[in-house]
Design a protein around this ligand. Structure first.
Ligand code: SF4
Ligand code: SF4
Length: 65
């Protein structure tokens, strides 16, 4: 888990809020029509946000690969 990183691409985010709605840890919120990490420390890197985003604007990146 420690070598995974949650990445947001604001250019692709349309602020639909699907990711925030499905996040089990309330890590995400929509601010000014873009998703923001409001509680990054609680992210468990489950990948649900990546799975649900229709625009590939949020994803988990493995570092060091
Ligand atoms: S990876 Fe899981 S816990 Fe982290 S922001 Fe996405 S849905 Fe929330
Ligand atoms: S689901 Fe995707 S497009 Fe919608 S708010 Fe989240 S990151 Fe943005």
């Amino acid at each position: 888990m420690e070598n995974k990183k949650l990445v947001i691409n604001p250019a692709w985010c349309k602020g639909c809020g699907i990711c925030a709605a499905f996040c089990p840890k309330e890590v995400l919120a929509i601010v000014h029509e873009k998703v923001q990490l409001i509680n990054e420390a609680d992210c468990i890197k489950c990948g649900l946000c990546e799975l649900r985003c229709p625009d590939y604007a949020i994803y988990i990146e493995k570092e060091g690969e």
